[in-house]
Design a protein around this ligand. Sequence first.
Ligand code: APR
Ligand code: ZN
Ligand code: ZN
Length: 361
Amino acid sequence: MTVSVSGVVAAAKGAPVQVVEVIVPDPGPGEALVRVQACGVCHTDLHYKMGGIGNDYPYLLGHEAAGIVEAVGDNVTEVQPGDFVILNWRAVCGQCRACSRGRPWYCFATHNATQKMTLADGTPLSPALGIGAFAEKTLVAAGQCTKVNPAIDPATAGLLGCGVMAGIGAAINTGGVSRGDSVAVIGCGGVGDGAILGARLAGAKTIIAVDIDDRKLAWAREFGATHVVNSRAVDVVESIRLLTDGFGADVVIEAIGRPETYQQAFFARDLAGVVVLVGVPTPEMRLDLPLLEVFGRGGALKSSWYGDCLPSRDFPMLVDLHLDGRLPLEKFVSEKIALGDVEAAFAKMEHGEVLRSVVLL
Ligand code: APR
Ligand code: ZN
Ligand code: ZN
């Protein structure tokens, strides 16, 4: 059996995305069929559309999603029909070298239900990040579903599936921010603001938000930044030093993915501090640093993949903190839109007008 639903598809490189009919098969062994309730619009969806990720068109976009499990295939123990779940794009396999060494957040197995959904004419679709959730229903690996408290607004919950989790995790899981720390976050989009929230949750005393856009800095304050720096107007490294008694920050989180802002992060931290790169660079980018400074400043230069998150541990915990009023995740939802509005949402995202547009289904 199959079902026919509406989904947002990028048919060719650069072409505007369109809502078309998508055919979704029944879940096979280890798979789950999810009725999507909400899915955020992320830069990665735009990268797929523009050809920045691959050439496997047509793509079924959307990956920051929450919904209800509708059916499961054989051998599924993680979830059952009726469960409210957040989808993740890196299901932990439990068997690869990273998993078997007890470091499942580095799991490198791709464990997704790929390329089973099709267009009406049978053309296979490539689901974005193995999810494809700008669709009324999607088929995923059961391990991509994490059951959480259904009391949360699905539009808010879905955002934990990608950028917001990456930011929170960059601060807590990768950066190891601790109480009393000083933290600087360079780039205050959804990922950077997630890092600010994470730093606040971990008890950071000073949280310095850096951006080139005053609107983003105003939002950063709402998420908990204690100080803001517009790096168009002033020297970032000097400003962060001044705000940290001349020392530099204990943890500096780069949430853009550019060499010049990485260099700022490198020089803006205290001796033996930590730099976390959570922004994703492009292949041609190169980094130039004095090796003597890399040695002399000590500390750690780390990257954060998906916030080094463990969905089964982190999603339910963060949802519960939100429901307790301790994590204002709803502030990331700038607008709620329909499936047909994704193309317009890409434009708003590019102009910095929104943190996240979320499609409701
Ligand atoms: N200095 C400071 N801030 C900058 C600079 C710069 N040179 N260039 C851009 N910014 C700011 C933008 O104004 C924006 O507020 O960085 C922020 C980036 O935010 P978004 O574009 O909304 O991106 P986001 O979704 O937060 O993702 C950030 O993480 O996951 C990756 O691919 C993603 O590389 C991207 C990064
Ligand atoms: Zn694994
Ligand atoms: Zn994303």
